[in-house]
Design a protein around this ligand. Sequence first.
Ligand SMILES: [Zn+2]
Length: 352
Amino acid sequence: MFTSEVRSSTGSWNAVSMLEEHGLCEADYTRVTGYADAMADPGGNPIAILGMPMRGNRESLGRNHCDCCQAELPEHASTMELVPTKQAYRRGSRTHRDGALRRLRLCRQCLNWWRLTISDPSAMLGEGFREFEGASGGWINPGHGDAVCYALRTRDEAILATTMEIDGKRLRCVEYPGPLAPGEIAFVGTGKKDRAGTFVRSLDLAARSRVALVTQPDQLADAAAALQLGAREMLASPVSPQQLVGAFVRAGRPNANRRDADTGLVILGAPAPGLGLSCVAFSVRARNPMHVLELALSARRFLRGYDEVGSDGRGGLAIHVYCDLEFKPQITARLRLLMGKGTDVVPGADAA
Ligand SMILES: [Zn+2]
């Protein structure tokens, strides 16, 4: 059950409306509570799902932080309750619920992750058939250059290190901003106080298009500043190897100079086939323009790493999905679910 909430003047959270309710079978319920427990205790019982939100450490940061990723919450949040419905007789209690109850307060990113996971678990369980991606781990990887790592969270840094090692490339971890060698891409963690902005400012203008920001939902101000200074794009923390490889592919593309004035996102041109696949374009309009960068981060997390997220040049998002054209209706439906209320997802031109 998902409920939306608003913070009151005293700091407590008040329920506003119920968003969605799902009935889960026993096996799904057990699986989903397992995810919730793994997120809350990263050292306890790791579940290898890329992209699953995860706390950086075991302690809860309190009611003003997301229970899944520990991002600081704005005035609005949502609560997910996992409530067992099966009642079993226990001595002393006639209404004992059989199974564990979980209650998590979520940021918008994590809410989206949970809503998609619960409404369509096939991708998480590896049952979704993705024709072009080959066997598990065999996604499109056209080869890439070396990487620089700056201020990434431990888990993101580990994923970057493993990806570079497997692909036989060099990773240079730096503690201070500094120039990039030819061909290198810098993966830069955003922060609360101009962390990524400082890194990007230290580079000459040409090198800035070889910076990929790695961002959490409470670091969007730093991300927007770094994008406006010329960083190429924003990836979603926790990163996936696909997102990292995709950043190399996009850094090799021209036309990163046209930027949206508010978000700093690269304005995408007309869709063109790439990686041997057709390209489908979508435009996403948010009724609240403050949400555009947040939606960009959600889209980045859920699309495949080689798809592209940018600006449509008119205040909305442009999304280019590389796929077979027959999948367009399913992708449209899933994007609408992901982007949620207060947004319009408009399918645009195709390029076969
Ligand atoms: Zn979160």
